[in-house]
Design a protein around this ligand. Structure first.
Ligand code: SAH
Length: 505
């Protein structure tokens, strides 16, 4: 059910990985009128907010006074009274060190309807992503979530350090970086074994998650040496040893590798998601953007005469998408291609056709124009009307070869790739990348031009195929590896082989 007017939703956004947001939280974010949010919410958490929703940041800003809790409560009440549906979005779970309890009470006192949507708390999620089960038969039958924020040397602490030291199970400290040394000392002083295992999980479930393991006695020193910073959790207990077998995240083949994806944003998501799934930290640096040209006379004429073509060649998934958009705009569908032989330049293009109900008649094994020309040798071309629907700036080998064989070739540009200006923070992140992937020669030219001096020279270039590799060499960029199969899956395989996660076949 979507967010109701006059109601405040106290919503947990989970520990940082956007995939760990609950279905309910996404639904409420999508329908709320006003969203009050903290700093520690997952990247992109608010992307699904509806247009026109008011987004209000009420979190802490380092070096600036943060909004007092009273004030936040007042604003929630005001917004609800004005008839808005209100989401109060917090990192992790709203009731675990999130002051959600206090906000709920203020709403209750004011007679405002509210609902609580739990989130996955960092103490459970960051530990799980670090391969530490917080309970484990025989090792820990209890777990305590503790604030590490209070000063154990001041009398004013709510924490009973003696009880914590004697706690028969795992201790998980939130907000525990600043006082790490004092807290560990306090536990040892009250009798906890200094040799017990302990860990710090930094940025749990987020890109760049790091874990350090030491003993209770040495953890503070090790964490300091490694430069551990908030947000981080401290885990004390025998269960830390299970990381040896359970640290699944850090074992993924591309873990810790920063990889730049240079495709147009519209196309990059598949590749980016695959690489993230393999553990990589992905920086998207789109060098190009696809601009549709289906309104042009050239395309409109081809669509009007689509029945007449005996051969239709498509050279990219974007081309397929736009051809079908143009057909649809003209009130046509896949049946318009019923009489033609349909050729796809490679498996990606063929897959895009298949999604629209067309099994390509010709698909070469290798994904280059020359291979398509070869594959088309058995197709009758002489005297036949042929449509090549493709990008504006493509090479001319295919039309030339088919014209030479007597085809009446129409080449139409369905789209143009234009240069995109990458965001400065992405350019910065790319400087320390391990790899940079190139999926077309136009990306090479455009990125080189867009970045100039800021081109990430230290990142090793992974190329999708020979044409892209030539473009790289022409631009003075050494090619580290070229994919054996010239599509996105081939590119991923090349990266895995290169990064040592998989031996080349
Ligand atoms: N309500 C939140 C906790 C807020 S207190 C929850 O349920 O998770 C903030 C503290 O939570 C941080 O100082 C840190 O100790 C911990 N924390 C939050 N996100 C974290 C993350 N991704 N990795 C490690 N610790 C995290």
């Amino acid at each position: 059910m979507s967010a109701r007017p006059g109601v405040v939703y106290l919503v947990g956004a989970g520990p940082g990985d956007p995939g760990l947001m609950t279905a309910r939280s996404l639904e409420l974010i999508a329908s709320a009128d006003v969203i009050f949010h903290d700093r520690l919410i997952p990247p992109g958490a608010l992307d699904g907010a509806r247009e026109g929703a008011e987004l209000v940041y009420v979190g802490k800003t380092p070096a600036a006074p943060s909004m007092p809790q009273e004030e936040i409560g007042k604003r929630l009440i005001e917004a609800a009274r004005a008839g808005n549906s209100v989401v109060r979005l917090k990192g992790g779970d709203p009731f675990i060190f999130g002051r959600g309890g206090e906000e709920g009470e203020m709403l209750s006192d004011a007679g405002i309807d509210f609902e609580v949507v739990p989130g996955i708390t960092a103490g459970v999620a960051a530990t799980a992503y670090a391969g530490i089960p917080v309970t484990y038969r025989g090792d820990a039958s209890a777990v305590a979530f503790v604030t590490g924020h209070e000063d154990p040397e001041k009398g004013a602490t709510d924490l009973d350090w003696k009880a914590l030291a004697g706690f028969p199970g795992t201790l998980v400290f939130y907000m525990g970086v600043k006082r790490l040394a004092e807290n560990m000392k306090a536990l040892i002083a009250e009798g906890r074994d200094p040799e017990e295992l302990a860990a710090v999980v930094e940025r749990g479930t987020m890109t760049g998650q790091r874990t350090v393991v030491a003993t209770l006695g040495t953890l503070a020193e090790v964490a300091e040496r490694e430069g551990i910073a908030a947000p981080a959790l401290v885990v004390v207990g025998k269960v830390v040893r299970h990381r040896l077998a359970l640290a699944w995240l850090e074992r993924r083949p591309l873990h810790g590798r920063r990889i730049v994806v240079t495709r147009a944003r519209a196309q990059s998501s598949g590749l980016a998601a695959t690489l993230r799934g393999l553990g990589a930290e992905v920086v998207e640096l789109p060098a190009i953007r696809i601009e549709s040209r289906i309104e042009s006379d050239e395309v409109q004429n081809a669509i009007a005469a689509i029945d007449a073509y005996s051969l239709v060649c498509l050279t990219s998934p974007n081309g397929v998408r736009l051809l079908f958009e143009a057909l649809e705009a003209a009130g046509l569908d896949a049946r318009a291609l019923a009489g033609a032989t349909v050729a796809a330049i490679g498996p990606g293009t063929a897959a895009a056709l298949a999604e629209r109900g067309i099994a390509a008649d010709v698909v070469p094994e290798r994904f280059v124009a020359e291979a398509l020309i070869e594959a088309l040798e058995t197709v009758e071309v002489d005297g036949q009307p042929v449509l090549i629907a493709r990008a504006a700036e493509a090479r001319d080998v295919l039309p030339e070869a088919l014209s030479e064989r007597g085809g009446k070739v129409d080449v139409v540009a369905l789209y143009e790739t234009v240069r995109e200006e990458p965001a400065p923070e992405d350019v910065e992140a790319a400087q320390s990348a391990d790899y940079i992937t190139f999926t077309s020669s136009s990306t090479v030219h455009n990125l080189r031009e867009a970045l100039g001096e800021r081109f990430p020279d230290n990142a090793r270039a992974i190329s999708i195929g020979p044409i892209t590799s030539d473009a790289l060499r022409d631009a003075g960029i050494p090619v580290q590896t070229e994919a054996k199969r010239h599509d996105v899956n081939g590119l991923v395989e090349a990266l895995l082989a290169e990064a040592g996660g998989l031996q080349p076949k």
